[in-house]
Every structure is written in C-alpha cells, then in structure tokens.
Design a protein around this ligand. Sequence first.
Ligand SMILES: C[S@@+](CC[C@H](N)C(=O)[O-])C[C@H]1O[C@@H](n2cnc3c(N)ncnc32)[C@H](O)[C@@H]1O
Length: 790
Amino acid sequence: MAPNPKVAAAFRAMKDIGVKEDKVKPVLKKLLKLYDKNWQLIEEENYRVLADAVFEEDENEAVEKRKICNNADEDDLEEETQVHDEPERPLKRLRLRSQSQVSPPVNASNHSAGTSSLKRPKVEEDELPKTSLQQQPQPISPRQPISPHHQPISPRQPISPHHQPISPRQPISPHHQPISPQRGIINKGKQPLIPQVASLGKRPMSERASHAVRIKEPTVEPGIVLLPKQKVPDIHALITPKDEPFTDDTYNNDVSRYEVPIAVIHPDRSSKLGASVGNDTVEKQGGPEIPASQCLNEGNSSVPGKVGSSVDGILASSSERETNCKLSTVLEESPANLEIGSSPTGEEGSLNIIPTLDVLKKSSVRDSLGIGGNEQSLCTPSCSPNGSANVQCSAAVSPPRVPSSLNGPGSDIQASKKMNVNGGAESEKESENHELPNSCSLVVVPQFQITPSDVRSIYDANDLTKGEERVKISWVNEINNDCLPAFMYIPQNLVFENAHVNFTLSHIRDEDCCMACLGDCLSLTTPCPCANETGGQFAYTKEGLLREEFLEECISMTRDPQRQQHLYCRECPIRRLRNDDCLEPCKGHLRRKFINECWSKCGCSRNCGNRVVQRGITCKLQVFCTSEGKGWGLRTLEDLPKGAFVCEYVGEILTNTELFERNTESKKSGKHTYSVLLDADWGSGLLKNEEALCLDATYFGNVARFINHRCWDANLIEIPVKVETPDLTYYHLAFFTTRMVAALEELTWDYSIYLDDDGQPVKAFQCLCGSKHCINMKRSIRTRSASIAR
Ligand SMILES: C[S@@+](CC[C@H](N)C(=O)[O-])C[C@H]1O[C@@H](n2cnc3c(N)ncnc32)[C@H](O)[C@@H]1O
C-alpha cells in the first residue's frame, strides 16, 4: 500500500534534519493519537512539534539509559561513560525555527532547555531572553506562561522564600481543560499543548494580565541613543508637537506655580465642600442621609468640568520620599505570586497573581532611583551650540538598584538587582547584610559617580519601557536639556506591601464568566455573561474600540455635572486616616461604569475581542517635553480613532494608609509623586484599611504617569476595568480616547481639578492646559475617583 503522503512528508522533513524513519514512526503515531489526527498542528513550522517530540523521546531514552548505567556496577564505568556521551544530534530543536535558517550549534544548556518544548511548540526560542533559555520557564496553563521565578504566594501573606513554585502539571481547575486542539491539547494529563504560543516579540496577551509578570532581561537595542537630543529616534521628534488647541483666554500670569504633593489628605473644609448633588439619584450606602443641598455637586459650577469630587484631596506629586518611606520592588526577576490550589471539585483554585512587593525601607530605593533630597535628574545632557549633546553627571547618585521580592522580611540572604549597563537587571546575592540597618529589606547602595553608560542604562531614548511593552515607547526633549525623571518602568500593577489583592478562581462565579465560550466572544449572536456588566452588550466593538454608546455615557458621566452620581462611604477610608476625634462624613466618590473583560476562567481564546486592556499598549506613543511648561507629556505618533484603548494607569498598589504615609513624608520634602485612587467601589460597604487601594506611579509606573491634565475636554477618559477579579476594591484603570486624536497630539486626561479650595495645605499647579474651559488659577485638587498631580 502506498504510504500516506502526509506520513511520507513528515518522514522526509525529519530526514532532512537527520532523524531516521524508525525513530520518527513511533513518535508520529503518538502525536497523531494525541492530536486527534490533526495534521495541521504536526505540520506547523516544518514539523516542529514532531521534531521536538522525537528529541524528547531521544532524551527520555538517554535518561533511561543513564539511570540503568548509574545502577550498574563500578566495573561498568567505561560503558557508563559511553552512555553519557550522548551522540551528537543532527539538529536540535533550536535549529528548527525555520527550515532555511542555519542555526549555530547548541550547547549543553540549550539542549536541556529544549526539554519542555513539546509543551511550547511555537515559542521562538532564539527570541527568548537569555534567562529564559537558561532557566526554562514552565508554563502553567495555556494562558499563563509563568516564569520559573514565579513563586506562589498567599494573597494575604507576605511573600516568602519558602513558597514552592507550582508544578507545571498541577491542574488549575477542571474547567480549564482545553477541549480541542485549537484551545490546547491535553498532553496525557500534562500541560496542554499550545499550538499557538506567541513569540516574545509579540508578547502573548496572557503575559499582559497582571499575573503574568515576565522575567526578562530587558533587551537593549544595538545603537542605544545615549544623548536624546542628539539622536532622536523618530522622525516625529523634530516636528513641532501638535498639542491640543491652546485657548488661553483665562490665563492669569500672576498665579505662581503651585506644586501638589501626592495624595495628601488634608483637613476637610466642609464649608467649601458643601455643594449639592446634581440630581436626586445620589446613592447613599448606609451612610447618613445627606441632603441634596449638602452633597457635592461640582457640577453646579458655572464652568463645566470643574467637578472634582468632594473626597478630600488625594493629591499627587513628589518624585521624592522621606527616609521613612517604604518601597517594595518587583522587577523582572520577581515572582508573580501564583498559587493554585484545587479542591476536589477544582473550584477552590486560587490565583494570587499580582506579585507582592518586598519592602525596601528608608531611603535606599529613593536613592537608587536618584530621587533624593534634591530634585535632580540622574543626568543632565547639555547641548553645544552646534547641536551636539553632552551628558554631564555631576551629582553622586546611585544607579537603580532594588531588592528582589524573592526574599521576605527576615531573610538572611537578599537577592538584589542592579541595573547593568545594558539596561538589564543582574541578580546578585548578598550573603551578608550586617551592614544593613534592617535586615528585612535594605540593600546597600554604594554611592558613586554616574557615568554616561549608567545614564544609558536608565533610559533608552528608543524605548523607555526597556522592552516591557509590546511596543517601543520613545522619548524626546526638544525643549531643554532635561532627562526623564527617574522611575522604574513596570507594565502592570504591583502590590507595594499591604494591599489585599486577592484573585481566586472560585471568586468568579460560573455565571459571571464564559466557560462555555470558544474563540471570540464578540462574534456571538447572544453576548455571553461577561457582557452583563455593560448591560448585556460588550463594551468593545469588533474593531477593538469602545462602543460609541458606552463611551458617550462614560464621558457624559464625568463631564456632565447633572449626571454625576456619587457613592458615600459609611466610613470613608480617607477620613479614617485622620486622628480627628469625630469621623467626618464621606464626601462622595464618583459612581463609575465598569468594563468587564474575559479572563482565565473564560473559555474564549486569548484573542477574544473582549480582552483589550489586558493585551497592553498597542499604539505608537511618545513621551515628550511639552512646550507650555507642563513638564513631560505623552503624545500619540499615529492617528487614533475615537474609543481606542491607549494605556492603563500602572503603578504600585498601595493601601490608602500607605499612600497617606508616603504623602505625609513627601509633603515634608515638598517633592512630587503620582497617584490615583481606586475608589470606584468605596461607597458600597465598609472597607478595611487594606482594601481601600490606590495606585502610585511615582517610583514604579508606566507611560500613563506622563499624561498631563486638561480641563474638561481632555482627549482621554479613564474607565475602570475588571479583569481578574469581580472584587471592585481592585481594578484596572484604562485610558480610552474620547474622540479621534491626530498623530502628534498630546494625550490628556481630566484630573478632576477642583479650583476654589484655597485652604489646602498643599499647593496646586497652575494649569496650562490651554482648554477654553480651563479656569487657570490657583487651585486645589480633589479626587473624583482618581486624581493626580505633581
Ligand atoms: C502625572 S504628572 C504628568 C507628567 C508631568 N508633566 C511630568 O513631567 O512628569 C502631573 C504633573 O504634571 C504637571 N501638569 C499636568 N498637567 C498640567 C497642566 N495642565 N498644566 C500645568 N502642569 C501640568 C503638574 O506639575 C502635575 O503635578
């Protein structure tokens, strides 16, 4: 009988790489069985899966042989040696990436790195960062490629070095069993095979979810731009930014520049806050009955948009903290806290996914970030008249160097990170830490003169994200010699210390996710339960934009005073922080519309249209120095349609108490920081301190920290997004365009600045937004659901 042409082709392909038919045959049989005769999966990438499986078989055999040899008598030493000297393979799997590609010989470590390739057939291994190759990540589920550094951690426990990494074969939940090759193939009870693992060049969406903290040495492109003014990476860099129209009709030059420290909770001046609510639909949750006349209604302001909530100011600012501040860090090496425990029913699986940050006490991180007592940048490039730039670093500052969260408090050995000159992070062990005043978390950071190469390691002008995002984000300064302020780029929120961010699979009720869905939920004729949050219709269109109606509703809720609805806490977490004898009543938190995205408990694919924010930034953005004196800003380098997702506000997840402590200290130093409250649900019940959360992007953050304020008609709106937890104490804050935004326009967000509170203990900034709605006067700042300032 003529051989099956597919079989023959497979044999040929294997023969091409030096594998004999008799080796291929049994493996192919197994694969066909395993893949339910889906040839497509086997043929993909020139039979990569097959080749991997053959090699795996080979390795297994070798291991078996080794075992036998190890048990053999000493006399058999010679024979044993021969067994160890595994014959050189014709081609190892790393060479199989492309048929035409000739790969270099693979060394021993690479060889072992291939052992799990059956589980990750399509990963482009030569694109993996070195660490990945060396350490061989063990995928945990099709959607959660967690690095081996990831250590499970209990949601409510401090991170501990004793946490055991999860077994890659541990079931997550019976509901997660893929049911077709398209959704992952069960590999005999092992890990599902993932036919379509994206290469790291395009990071899989799952890596974007907060649980998927990627361990990656940031790659620095050859030819890093050391001097940003000299070598601007983008053609747009020399083009005058197309800012939003500057309608400076109310500008008051006499107003001095005010600075607003972050999240300062100041004594309430209720007389100034007693505004009425715009309508009678204000929701009170068990709180004292608040007459409409006493409720906040910033909307009554004659100026639209001056609608800061009555919540006392969480005021942003400060790139500096006092020495008592605590800072925890998770960089690339830090473990995502993944803990999956399953009950017999599989329903108790719990994923604690956001890494808890280790604590760095006192000033070391502040110092290491170069945000010490004075507000200097790490470097000062200066320009000569001929346009060439020099970097002058006169201040003795430390390079970014932060402790690993792998070591919990009390750990004797601290793994710390220091940035290497390539912008990567090197692990190092500090076996001794007696010099440290606090053995829990301090890292000694020697002071030394910063060199140009250190500067380069801090910010690559081509990509300030250091490879953390799917897209590069450049920065330019065409205005002056300033470098970017020092901060650590993180692509997803990280827990600072005490915040309770608890994701459990069982937390998500079956009826609130779409376990039965396949593929793209947006193509369903009847929307799945994940659309319930948005009234039975998905928030997104098939084009990946926000649905017009939903967007308009969100916009009008924030811009239209009459539609502002507030929730009132019975005991407002902000008020609780004060040592006042009597607790002041809550001033209200803007009621928000949420987006609910599909997540791990959903059966849909990771390309499902209801997964937008979790995929991360996809548009071309650039950080630039604004010409109006607002400092740095963010702009788009491409036209963005209305309703497009731009980025998420990413920072450290702090409790309100922690933020208060930070700000009390930053107030002293008069420095600035950046924060937003996650208060969308604050009025709905009695929150514990550790449940009242906020994001602070002062030290760790993403590009969103550069988004400047614009009064009322900003081109971005922030919308809360539920991804991995229905618990609204934690959610993502995502920015979407409110209208079509042209390339080079600055992206702005209405911080909800409240203008008329003169008595604040901190100074507001003089708004230079240029909007015709801008009052542009000395102002105080208040939060609605999120407020920010520097
Ligand atoms: C979150 S930061 C935005 C990025 C900031 N411009 C920077 O250079 O890092 C907020 C701070 O930027 C400045 N800023 C933002 N919007 C502004 C505006 N409309 N006018 C003047 N300054 C503004 C204020 O100093 C504010 O405290």
